[in-house]
Ligand binder design. Sequence first.
Ligand code: FAD
Ligand code: NAD
Length: 467
Amino acid sequence: MSAYQVVIIGSGPGGYVAAIRSAQLGFKTAIIEKYSTLGGTCLNVGCIPSKALLDSSEHFFNAKHNFEAHGIALENLKADLSKMVERKAQVVKQTCEGVSYLMKKNKIDVFQGKGSFIDATHIEITAENGEKQTITAEKVIIATGSKPNYFPGMEPDKKRIITSTEALILQEIPKRMIVIGGGVIGLELGSVYARLGTAIDVVEFAPQILPTMDLALGKEMQKTLKKEGFSFHTEHKVTGVKNVGEKVVLTATNKQGETINLEADYCLVAVGRKPYTEGLGLEKIGITCNEKGQIPVNDHLQTTVPNIYAIGDVVRGAMLAHKAEEEGVFVAEHLAGQKPHLNYNLIPGVVYTWPEVASVGKTEEELKTMGVPYKAGNFPYKALGRARASMDLAGFVKILAHAETDEVLGVHILGARAADMIMEAVVAMEYRASAEDIARISHPHPTYTEAVREAALDATAKRALHI
Ligand code: FAD
Ligand code: NAD
């Protein structure tokens, strides 16, 4: 029986990064993955494939709608979805192979099969062909991730009523698509198809889309996406979705109690994800999941069983790849006796629509609820020379700073390249910068980052220069 110091169950960004860091720290390490490719949700059916399709569809959208204004004329423009999906598959393949290479490089043993606890130190692995083997582990890190969630009446049949996984492999551009949930997946995958010409109906339970982010972001995003072919039905409760052959029919009730019916070729269910622990045998080791299905952990990400840790989507907190990675590093370093640090307040969130949305720290609504005195600074993209040059005029940077100390408490950006720009805010906030600190740093001209400086000037002393 093979014996390891650290065994990780699940090879998503949490699991494979935990394995690499454990091996770097000198632990004899193994990783167990039930699928034949490594990388988990993120690499196989999440972050990477969705961004690949977002990039392809963005090229098509720009060629169709924006090139002409730049003096570029195209004829017979056509979107070939099969080719886009094939390119995406290649990107996924290369990225997953990269993880396999990293496992080899770090001398991590990879077991393909479903891992299940026999007891706290013995794990049984069942391969696809049914063969079983058992390995032993001094420490175990559970990184089994999550699966798409749904509510009664909207059960995906994976044919016409689909989850994000099927939405990444459609072979035809739908004429109409209903998206239940105006969150991250709904807007990203909705954008892919809207850019290819699909009419998108978003049915959202909350009063606006992106309800958990700073509300200014969703409000502006809603306006922008309407121009791309989105319709929004906010404050609507879905009562049922049916596959009626060639199409789907959805019924929902609005705030006034009126019923609406929507028809489309497909309905994408994107109402969040749920932690995945099926078949892990948690009952055999006395771990009980909470009401959200998460594995309870303490500040060291240790479960109620002392030698077993859990990270990523299967525990509390944002369901994000970089959060899972940080937790993987954290646990490995903790096991090595180090004192790692993880600032959950500074895990940035990004929505890869165009314009992009990116956020870090507290939202204005959170500061109000917490009773923290704050001041807000804003700067619109349309006042930037860079934005006029690229014609990316939509968006703004919003900075929230403490009213008395000027410390930056939250930064929220909607606009071109917001995903990359947010890192300036994360670094500044990690070092507890004030809005004035950011305002006094030279920002290259002409760049979108000038909007960060201007918003900081606005926050610190209401003295933006270019508006
Ligand atoms: P996962 O990536 O879910 O990996 C868990 C792995 O464990 C899986 O491979 C699973 O097969 C395996 N496993 C489960 N049980 C067992 C078992 N018993 N034995 C062996 N193996 C097992 N996040 C971002 O930060 N940025 C993005 O742009 C982004 N885009 C996304 C787009 C989509 C469409 C989706 C669905 C998600 C996206 N996410 C994104 C979220 C991100 O994918 C997750 O937060 C991340 O993958 C979580 O990592 P994890 O390691 O916890 O789990
Ligand atoms: P989400 O939590 O982002 O959005 C779900 C949306 O569905 C919310 O707006 C919610 O109000 C709405 N909703 C919930 N129940 C509903 C109902 N019954 N009817 C109508 N609307 C309802 O979840 P998601 O978009 O499914 O994404 C799942 C997870 O994956 C998220 O936690 C996200 O962090 C992660 N993810 C991240 C990225 C990224 O980082 N760019 C991309 C995709 C997914």
